[in-house]
Ligand binder design. Sequence first.
Ligand code: IPM
Ligand code: MG
Length: 338
Amino acid sequence: MRCLEAVGAAFGHTFTFQEAMIGGCAIDATGNPLPDATIQACAAADAVLLGAVGGPKWSDPTAPVRPEQGLLKLRGRFGLFANLRPVRAWPALARYAPLRADLLEGVDILFVRELTGGIYFGPREEQGEGDRAYDTMLYTVPEVERVARVAFAAARNRRHRVTSVDKANVLAAMRLWRRTVTQVGADYPDVALEHALVDSFTMNVLRWPSYFDVVLAGNMFGDIITDEASVLAGSLGMLPSASLGAGTFGVYEPIHGSAPDIAGKGVANPVGTILSAAMLLRHSLGLEQEAAALEAAVEAALAQGARTADIGEPGAEALSTGAFTEVVLSCLVEAAKP
Ligand code: IPM
Ligand code: MG
C-alpha cells in the first residue's frame, strides 16, 4: 500500500483503500473465510490486493471451515478464470536458485493457469470418515477457450510461443483441453503452439527453462508447476500474480503463502506483493507507465544490493520488510522522474 501511495504521489493519482478480511482472521472474527462484507467491499472496488489466507492455527485439512475455501470462493464469485503468474530469473539472484546460472539466463515465462474450473471446482463427494471420496476433473469447451485466448493474446506481446500443459494421454478432460486449445490456436497463426504432457513438462521446465514463453495449464497442474517454476526466480518471495476475469477487475497476490515460520517478524520479502501491485496498476487501472515505474524501482533496489533474508547470503545483513520497501520507495522517486 505504501508503494501504491508513492506511485499515486509521483504520478498524480489518488487511490482509495478499504481493508477487508479473508481466510484465517475472517474465520476467527466471523466463522466464515469469505464474509459477505468482504465480498461487498471487493465488488465495490476496481481491484483487490490480497495477502495470504492461512496459518498453523487453521491448517487442519479435515476442518469443515478452512481459509483456502475463502480464496477459492473469491475466485469463483468474481469469475477470475485466468491466473497470470510471471516467472523470471533475476540475474542478481541466480546464485540463490538451485539451478546452474547458465540455465537461468534469459528465463522469462508467463504461466497462465485456469483458475475457476477443473478438479478444484468439479463434482466431489466426501463422506465424513467413510471409505470413499472423490474429486472430478471437469472442463467445458468455453472454459478452456476463454483461458486459452488469454494465453495466445499474451504470447503476441511476447515471444509468440504457447506451451499447453495437459495429461491428454490419460485424462478425458485433458483430451478436450488439448483439442480446444488447438482450435483456439488456429485463430493465432502467428503464435507457435505446442502441447506438453505435464509429467515431462515438469522435467523440461528445469532442464531448458529459457525455452518457454507462455505456458498454459489447467487449475491443478497450473498450481503445481508454478510452485515448481518459482525456484527459477531465486525465491518464492519474488513472485507476483494476477487473477483476471472478463473485465478489468482482478485480484492480485504474491504467490507465496502466509509463511508461518516468519510471520510477524517483519522479515518477509515484499517483492511478490509489490510486483502484484504493479500488475494491478497495469491490468485493472490501465496505468502502464506507473506499473513499469514500480517494477523498475524493484529492479533498481535489487541492483543496489538490497536484500531480504530469503535472498541474502547466509550470515550477511538482511533488510527487514520495511527497510527493503524504503529502498524501493527511494528508487521509485528516481524511476518516476521524467
Ligand atoms: C495457490 C494456492 C491455492 C490454490 C490454495 C491456497 C487454495 O496454492 O494460489 O496456488 O491451490 O490455488
Ligand atoms: Mg499453489
